[in-house]
Design a binder for this molecule. Structure first.
Ligand code: PMP
Length: 418
């Protein structure tokens, strides 16, 4: 597969080699690097991508979930065009930031007040920093295989860069062990941050009992509970918190909320966020030149108010659930060990039996079959992530999904032996 892939993608290979002269590894975003080299993308339209060698793909990466609207939604494109006509960063409040904030606070139960950042990473850093300052406690509890941004990842690919706060590491979904750690460090843990479904960690959901324990015990110990909904907010019109039924003290957002432009947000209880009121005594500073940039504010507001309606959200999440069922059915039909994990429009394909899918097992899995699957899907015109994550966008049709199912069916038939 590697030889066929290399032969099929000479322009992408040339771009990759040339980029190495100024970018380490030819790369400026680690997740976009894979072997033997990534295809360079020239164009996106709807859910179709075209690469530098002219191949077209159905896009199931959807910009790692940020591309919820597809690549050419006319309402959002017009909003961006109108926005830039009058300047991008204006050095003062504009009329769109509060409209976007109102939309968000109306949508997410935990969000009484919100502030904007340029990325999900920044949003998480701000939320954790605020929780530590408010509680006067130093440590944050994080979970193995959790991902909260470029300097806040605690699983695969974690490195010495990823330690900006003193932390206590716990195992996701380990109710007893986590409760014991929370109680043992109750005077020093000011924040607990987690995704209600590990995104980068394999689309594994938190159990209801685990989340309920975290809510109950943090209320007892006085630590603030932070839900990172940067990825999961797309899985229900009101965020995954509407499905789990647990309301955190603070939450973070990012990705598609900026309508496809750079975005992050953190917020939560009004009494906690009041500390960010610049007129309040002892207020926290929060800077960011592009926090209210007009492209993100306006495209974001247009997307939420006009495109991602309750109905559109329900439909594309139902399409994702159907696609998961179909892929699970393929593994069963071919008698192969594999399954999907996830919820609605965001899930992952795992080449292991369902019972085996845990954060640790996914992290330590032998990825040979997955890598082969990735290259074969790419050769078949299906743009998927090397680690198996599939994210739908609003323009995906049943026919697009059928194309992926057919390509996977051929792959599983050809590789029944592995
Ligand atoms: N949190 C989660 C759960 C994420 O998936 C991501 C991005 N993949 C981030 C935070 C970081 O967001 P950004 O890339 O915008 O910094």
């Amino acid at each position: 597969a590697t030889a066929r892939y290399t032969a099929a993608n000479p322009a992408s290979l040339a771009r990759h080699e040339a980029a190495k002269a100024s970018l380490p590894g030819g790369n400026t975003r680690s997740v976009m690097w894979y072997e033997p080299f990534p295809v360079g993308i020239a164009k996106g339209e709807g859910v179709q991508l075209t690469d530098l060698d002219g191949h077209s793909y159905t896009d199931f990466v959807s910009e790692y979930s940020a591309g919820l609207y597809g690549h050419s939604n006319p309402l959002i494109q017009n909003a961006m065009r109108e926005a830039i006509a009058n300047g991008v960063a204006l050095g003062g409040p504009n009329s769109y930031e509060a409209l976007l904030a109102d939309e968000l606070c109306a949508r997410f139960a935990a969000l009484e007040r919100v502030r904007f950042t340029n990325s999900g990473t920044e949003a998480n850093i701000m939320a954790i920093s605020a929780a530590r300052a408010i509680t006067g406690r130093d440590k944050v509890m994080v979970f193995r295989e959790g991902y909260h941004g470029g300097v806040l990842l605690f699983g695969h690919g974690g490195s010495v860069l990823n330690l900006p706060f003193p932390y206590v590491m716990a195992d996701y979904n380990d109710i007893e062990g986590t409760e014991a750690l929370l109680r043992a460090h109750k005077d020093s843990i000011g924040a607990v941050i987690l995704e209600q479904m590990l995104g980068a960690g394999g689309c594994i959901r938190a159990s209801d009992a685990f989340l309920a324990m975290l809510r109950r015990v943090t209320q007892e110990t006085g630590a603030l509970l932070i839900f990172d909904e940067v990825m999961t907010s797309r899985q229900h019109f009101n965020g995954l918190q509407a499905v789990t039924g647990i309301t955190p003290d603070l939450m973070t957002l990012g990705k598609y909320i900026g309508g496809g432009a750079s975005f992050g947000a953190f917020g939560g209880r009004a009494d906690l966020m009041a500390r960010f009121d610049p007129g309040a005594e002892g207020c926290f500073g929060h800077g960011g030149t592009f926090n209210n940039n007009i492209i993100s504010m306006r495209a974001g507001y247009t997307g939420l108010s006009q495109v991602l309606t309750q109905e559109a959200s329900a439909l594309f999440n139902a399409l994702g659930a159907q696609l998961q069922t179909q892929i699970d059915g393929l593994f069963a039909a071919h008698g192969l060990a594999g399954c999907t994990a996830g919820y609605g429009s965001l899930f992952a394909v795992h080449f292991m039996p369902r019972e085996a899918v845990t954060p640790q097992a996914v992290d330590q899995a032998d990825r040979r079959v997955q890598k082969l699957w990735h290259l074969e899907m790419m050769l078949a015109g299906q743009y998927v992530t090397p680690r198996g994550m599939i994210a739908l966008a609003l323009p995906h049709s049943e026919a697009d999904c059928a194309g992926l199912v057919a390509a996977m069916d051929r792959f599983l038939a050809d590789h029944a032996a592995i």
